[in-house]
Design a protein around this ligand. Sequence first.
Ligand SMILES: C[S@@+](CC[C@H](N)C(=O)[O-])C[C@H]1O[C@@H](n2cnc3c(N)ncnc32)[C@H](O)[C@@H]1O
Length: 236
Amino acid sequence: MTEEFDAFMELFKDLPREGPGNVDSLLSVLDMAATPPDARIFDAACGSGADSELFARALPNAEILAVDRQAQFIEAAQARGIRASFKVGDMLEPDGKFDLIWSAGAVYFCGVEKALETWRKHLKPGGKIAFSEVVWLTDEPSTQAKEYWEEAYPHMVGIHQMIGRIEALGFRVISATPLGRPSWEAFYDPIKKRAEQLRGQGPVMDAVLAENDAEVAMFEACFGEYDYVVYLVEPA
Ligand SMILES: C[S@@+](CC[C@H](N)C(=O)[O-])C[C@H]1O[C@@H](n2cnc3c(N)ncnc32)[C@H](O)[C@@H]1O
């Protein structure tokens, strides 16, 4: 691991979640997907388990399997002490078949094609996939937003383009719902507090914090031009 990666993980230590999200979007997916009370749910790239905890509360009889490739996050998830199985693992290697495969803020690591083609084989009859992906909400983004996202996520597409890509893979899009500003604030506010505790510790950490500051500044100036959208899909 590089010193920069260690500094990044230090910034992300003890955060309630590692990306934007909210309880309403998750409950709305459970409702629209008609997820059974005793569902088998896979939380793919669960981070420190924020969404698994929401699933466990919403569906006390569900079986929740959750994996993330970072051991530090899995340890934090296990410390929640909830009824879910948290393991270090690859989100593209689920164990068995599921009523719902959920992935918040992680599909961009492998691309929607790879994710959906892999997860399709792990759905029970009637099973569904829900994932959040950051997309453009406008066809004409500002220079500031464009420059930031071209660097951070060069493959980012528009909300409707993503629907086209999902349908081309043989899936039906049941819903495509932007998360909205409060979900980003639920992610950024704790990071901003943590960043203040870590400033001045050395050049590597300061560089990581500067990148984070730039992301938050871009969010303050440009949010609304882009958002995470939760796509709920099923094989067509
Ligand atoms: C933006 S975070 C989101 C975490 C969590 N879903 C949340 O919303 O709080 C993305 C996560 O994807 C994980 N990740 C990336 N690629 C992965 C893979 N192939 N298998 C498992 N986890 C992966 C990272 O370790 C990180 O925790």
